[in-house]
Design a protein around this ligand. Structure first.
Ligand SMILES: NC(=O)c1ccc[n+]([C@@H]2O[C@H](COP(=O)([O-])OP(=O)(O)OC[C@H]3O[C@@H](n4cnc5c(N)ncnc54)[C@H](O)[C@@H]3O)[C@@H](O)[C@H]2O)c1
Length: 311
């Protein structure tokens, strides 16, 4: 099977281009990234005996028709992803992310290629305790420009689905777990980094006991395999998450490895009073089992950075 991955060098991409390849060495990978985040390192030491082709391209405006012509599945990851910072570059986030999704999805439609589209559970903003994919429209209240754009991208994909596009829309929880191109501006990874470096863990003032969905990178990669192997391109949206947790839960796990962590409560524009759990039962009903855990991802993350701050 030929798989094209946009944004292939990022936190998620750099993991799946290794792990999905090892699962089935017959897959061939077309890797596309514009080096927006300079993760050249993600291309180093890829598994041997697997066919990769890397192209440096901006998918928001490049002509992709010839590239996707013989591709079976596109995993579209390319995006500007720092939600908290998106208040400072909202226009660019909307331009890059919406145009990228529009161009990639239109090409998928033209070339009759199936697409996995990456959305985020940050499209939710509900007053309820629990939310699922069938929620009312008013429970989709994105709390950042990044998440607002994700919702617009979802809408665009859905409309194109009505015109013949075959897609799966994955609302991922916040990723944790290590990869070659991992980033540290999301909660779990950032907290691990700060704890190992002896810094105070910076927690948004309202967030300590608010519940949010998290996704182990291990489960994320398995979810892609599950979707492709079961040919689930029936234009459905799925919440994909390993578990819901509060920041207190996350820090309690970190304390198992680094007992003396200190917390600093800070303000951020993305803060709100909402606390909700996201259900993943729709995806589990397709036969998928989440096997990752916060303790797995946190211990792995602390382990890889620990050597840089030995006292
Ligand atoms: N990491 C998470 O917690 C999380 C959660 C939910 C959804 N997602 C979504 O999953 C996808 C991948 O996330 P990630 O964590 O790997 O992000 P990342 O920021 O680590 O990687 C994104 C990659 O896309 C590339 N890119 C950006 N714009 C591009 C363009 N126009 N053309 C080509 N390449 C471009 C960047 O250079 C980068 O390598 C994104 O769509 C993100 O919104 C991520």
């Amino acid at each position: 099977m030929k798989i094209a991955i946009t944004g292939a060098l990022g936190h998620i991409g750099s993991y799946i281009i290794r792990n999905m390849a090892l699962k089935d060495s017959k897959h061939e990978f077309l890797l596309i990234d514009n080096f927006l985040t300079q993760r050249y390192v993600s291309l180093f030491n890829l598994p041997k005996n697997i066919k990769y082709k890397f192209l440096e391209l901006d998918v928001s405006h490049s002509n992709l028709n010839n590239l996707f012509n013989d591709i079976d599945v596109i995993i579209h990851l390319a995006a500007i992803t720092d939600a908290a910072n998106s208040f400072n570059n909202a226009e660019e986030v909307e331009r890059n992310n919406l145009l990228s999704t529009k161009n990639v999805a239109e090409t998928a439609l033209n070339t009759n290629t199936k697409i996995i589209f990456l959305s985020s559970t940050s499209v939710y903003g509900t007053q309820k305790d629990v939310v699922d994919e069938d929620c009312l429209k008013e429970e989709l209240k994105p709390q950042s420009p990044y998440a607002e754009t994700k919702l617009k991208e979802e809408e665009l994909i859905k409309n194109m689905g009505n015109n013949g596009l075959s897609y799966v829309c994955c609302r991922f929880g916040t990723i944790f777990g290590t990869s070659n191109g991992m980033r540290f501006h999301t909660a779990v990874n950032k907290f691990c980094w700060q704890a190992v470096m002896g810094q105070e863990i910076s927690v948004w003032e309202t967030a300590y006991d608010q519940s949010r969905p998290y996704l182990d990178l291990f489960d994320a990669s398995k979810a892609f395999e599950h979707i492709i192997e079961n040919n689930m391109f029936k234009n459905e949206t799925y919440n994909i998450l390993t578990q819901n947790a509060t920041v207190r839960n996350v820090i309690d796990v970190i304390k198992n490895y680094i007992p003396n962590v200190k917390i600093a409560f800070v303000k951020n524009k993305i803060m709100n009073q909402l606390s909700y759990e996201v259900l993943s039962s729709k995806f589990e009903k397709t036969g998928f089992k989440f096997k990752g855990s916060l303790s797995r991802g946190i211990s792995e993350t602390i382990q890889i950075i620990n050597s840089s701050n030995r006292n």
